[in-house]
Write a protein of this length. Structure first.
Length: 193
C-alpha cells in the first residue's frame, strides 16, 4: 500500500469514527404531540404528516435523532386531560399541541415544559400567554385568527336587518369562548342586537 493511500485510509477511518461517536453521543430528542382530532380523522392525519415533514426538512430524522409520541384528544375534555398527563409522564423535550383544550390541559399539569400550539383562537384570553408579543410563559404558537373578528359575525344584520336576537352556543369548558363571547357582546351593543 502506498503511503498516500495509507494516510487517506486512516484519515477516512478517523473521520468516520468521529462522526459515529458524535452520532452515538447525540441524545434522542422526544416530542409529544397532542392533537385535537381523532386518530382516523383525515385532516388530523394530514396535519400530523405536515408536521413530521417539516421536522424532516429541518434535519430531524424520526427514529434516529427524534422520537414523536402522539395522542389524539378528539376535542374531548376528558381525553385531552388524560393524554396530556400521559405525554407529560413521558418527559418529552417539548410538546406540540393542537387546540385550546389540549393546551389548557397541559398547562394545568406543567408550567415549565415548553408547549408550541396551533389552532388556538385566543391564547391571551385563555391565559396561555402573558402577551401576544412576548408570551413569557411555557407556551407559544399560532392563533387561528384574530379573535376580536368574531364580533364581525353579527354584521349579518346588514343583510338581515330584522335580526334582533342572536344565540351564542359555546362550550364553557373550552377557554377560547371567553374572549370570543366578549367580542360578540361588544359588537352587539352598537348594532342593537
Amino acid at each position: 500500500m502506498r503511503r498516500r493511500q495509507c494516510f487517506t485510509l486512516f484519515g477516512c477511518i478517523a473521520t468516520w469514527s468521529t462522526i459515529a461517536s458524535a452520532q452515538q453521543l447525540e441524545r434522542m430528542r422526544r416530542i409529544g404531540v397532542l392533537m385535537n382530532r381523532g386518530a382516523t380523522d383525515p385532516e388530523g392525519q394530514g396535519r400530523l404528516a405536515a408536521f413530521q415533514n417539516a421536522l424532516q426538512q429541518a434535519g430531524w430524522s424520526i427514529g434516529q435523532n427524534v422520537r414523536i409520541d402522539t395522542r389524539w384528544g378528539e376535542d374531548d375534555l376528558d381525553l385531552e386531560a388524560k393524554y396530556a398527563a400521559e405525554l407529560i409522564a413521558l418527559a418529552p423535550d417539548i410538546i406540540f399541541a393542537s387546540g385550546s383544550l389540549g393546551v389548557a390541559s397541559l398547562q394545568r399539569l406543567s408550567r415549565t415544559l415548553p408547549i408550541v400550539f396551533v389552532g388556538v383562537t385566543d391564547p391571551l384570553g385563555a391565559g396561555f400567554v402573558d402577551s401576544l408579543a412576548r408570551p413569557a410563559r411555557n407556551a407559544t404558537g399560532f392563533m387561528i385568527y384574530e379573535y376580536s373578528l368574531s364580533g364581525k359575525w353579527l354584521q349579518i344584520k346588514e343583510i338581515a336587518p330584522s335580526v334582533m336576537r342572536v344565540a351564542v352556543l359555546r362550550n364553557p369548558d373550552n377557554p377560547v369562548g371567553v374572549a370570543l363571547f366578549g367580542a360578540i357582546q361588544a359588537e352587539a351593543r352598537p348594532l342593537r342586537i
